[in-house]
Design a protein around this ligand. Structure first.
Ligand SMILES: *Cc1c(COP(=O)(O)O)cnc(C)c1O
Length: 435
């Protein structure tokens, strides 16, 4: 499959180059040249297919022939080595739990898939690829874990000091090997800006092959469409009007859901559930798009002031605002509303959610007020123990630490402190001269 740049000033390229480059030379995000809906038989027979079969059929048009089909099957089977259960809360609301992977956030799927693609493309290459990634919390751990030990790939993770949870920090600073953590004196947007700057810096790009593992990378972004297909498989017999409420930050996950819809998946509507970082909520109200500096919240993986994938969403709906608005609603919630939702779910359903899932739940509730016959699935994007302080405080109960989390809690943090772009640049250039 070929990809074009959404800035339209760079040549089209194939999947391999899109993955290795991350961002097009004109700084545009890559977008698939063609999206072909799957035959209706695919959806009719979905009950008889395994998750791996569903994932393979849904994604192969975007990946092959750059990765041969039989290898794509293996990559998918390796990637999907854990569960995606749906928990039914009541007649109108369910949650899809995306936190059963190694770092207990939904980003595990994209990170594992991308690591395996990159490992395949770089297997016969003598020069290492450097994955440079900014994280607002969960990307770092998922990428570190997904790429750990992949030959020919070094990973450099930037995270905002003091703005990720203790567990998140442990997950990205304790692995060692080919993973380096840089602790940035700043907020997530500073990290993201530094990463973007490095990609444009010819001193760096002429000496090393850099790529991103944020959801701007097509190999991290696209596999997220699986979640929506898996939900349909589990729910289509009970519910006709399936609506998804997606806790959104960079809007990669929700945008992958919209690709699933383009592939013919019957989705009635999408809800972008936001915290106080409400650029998109405001856009849908006013038709004016004003990126803002991010503000810190208790759902920190969504503290994004300028969501990088929103441009892909506009492309899907061909920049037609009315069409976009008929498919997408957006609501924004404060930290206090988020905490009340956590408590309400605990009391009403005996369900312990995390702050991001709680915002998804609130999105469902608001949408259902005017759409009584819909069934709303909110994505539970992280395990509650990743945000232990907030969750335990709100529900006033101890939550057990799952084994994946226990394993990192006692490891020692190793991170390099940086506070500006020049320090990142020096680090990157030194890392090449060492090898
Ligand atoms: C990354 C993340 C999000 C936001 O996902 P986007 O694809 O960036 O919109 C939401 N919740 C959690 C727990 C996350 O880690």
């Amino acid at each position: 499959m070929n990809y074009y740049s959404l800035n339209r000033k760079a040549p089209n390229t194939n999947f391999e180059t899109a993955v290795i480059k991350g961002l097009a030379p004109d700084r545009g995000l890559y977008f698939p040249e063609k999206i072909t809906a799957l035959p209706s038989a695919f959806y009719k027979n979905i009950d008889s297919k395994s998750y791996s079969e569903i994932a393979f059929e849904a994604i192969k048009q975007f990946i092959c022939p750059e990765i041969p089909e039989h290898l794509l099957k293996t990559i998918i089977e390796d990637t999907l080595s854990f569960d995606f259960p749906i928990v039914n809360l009541d007649e109108n609301i369910s949650t899809l739990e995306l936190f059963h992977g190694p770092t207990m956030a939904f980003k595990d799927v994209g990170a594992r898939f991308m690591a395996r693609c990159l490992g395949y493309f770089n297997q016969n290459n003598n020069n290492d690829i450097t994955v440079l990634v900014a994280t607002s919390g969960d990307t770092g751990g998922a990428v570190a874990n997904g790429f750990l030990g992949v030959k020919g790939v070094n990973v450099v993770i930037l995270y905002p000091s003091g703005k990720v949870s203790n567990i998140q920090e442990k997950q990205l600073t304790t692995l060692g090997q080919n993973i380096t953590a840089l602790e940035v004196d700043g907020v997530f947007d500073d990290c993201q800006d530094m990463v973007k700057k490095a990609f444009l810096d010819s001193t760096i790009t002429s000496t090393m092959q850099l790529t991103s593992a944020n959801s701007i990378n097509v190999a991290r972004w696209l596999p997220q469409l699986f979640y929506f297909m898996f939900t349909y498989k589990q729910l289509h017999q009970q519910h006709e009007n399936i609506v998804f409420s997606i806790p959104s930050g960079n809007f990669g996950n929700i945008c992958a859901g919209m690709i699933a819809q383009q592939l013919g998946l019957p989705v009635k509507h999408f809800i972008a559930a936001n915290n106080a970082n409400n650029v998109v909520t405001e856009y849908l109200k006013t038709e004016e798009y004003h990126p803002k500096p991010s503000v810190q919240t208790i759902s920190n993986a969504m503290d994004v002031g300028n969501p990088s994938n929103f441009i892909r969403i506009k492309e899907i709906y061909k920049n037609d605002f009315d069409q976009l608005r008929s498919n997408l609603s957006s609501y924004s919630y404060t930290d206090n509303e988020t905490k009340s939702a956590l408590l309400e779910m605990y009391k009403r359903y005996n369900y312990v959610a995390d702050p991001h899932g709680a915002i998804g739940y609130l999105g469902c509730k608001d949408y259902l007020k005017t759409h009584h016959n819909a069934h709303c699935v909110f994505l539970e994007t992280a395990h509650p123990t990743k945000f232990l302080d907030v969750v335990e405080d709100v529900i006033d109960t101890k939550v057990d630490l799952p084994p994946q989390i226990q394993a990192v809690m006692h490891q020692e943090k190793v991170a390099l402190q940086i506070s500006n772009y020049e320090q990142l640049k020096t680090f990157l250039l030194q890392s090449v001269s060492k090898t």
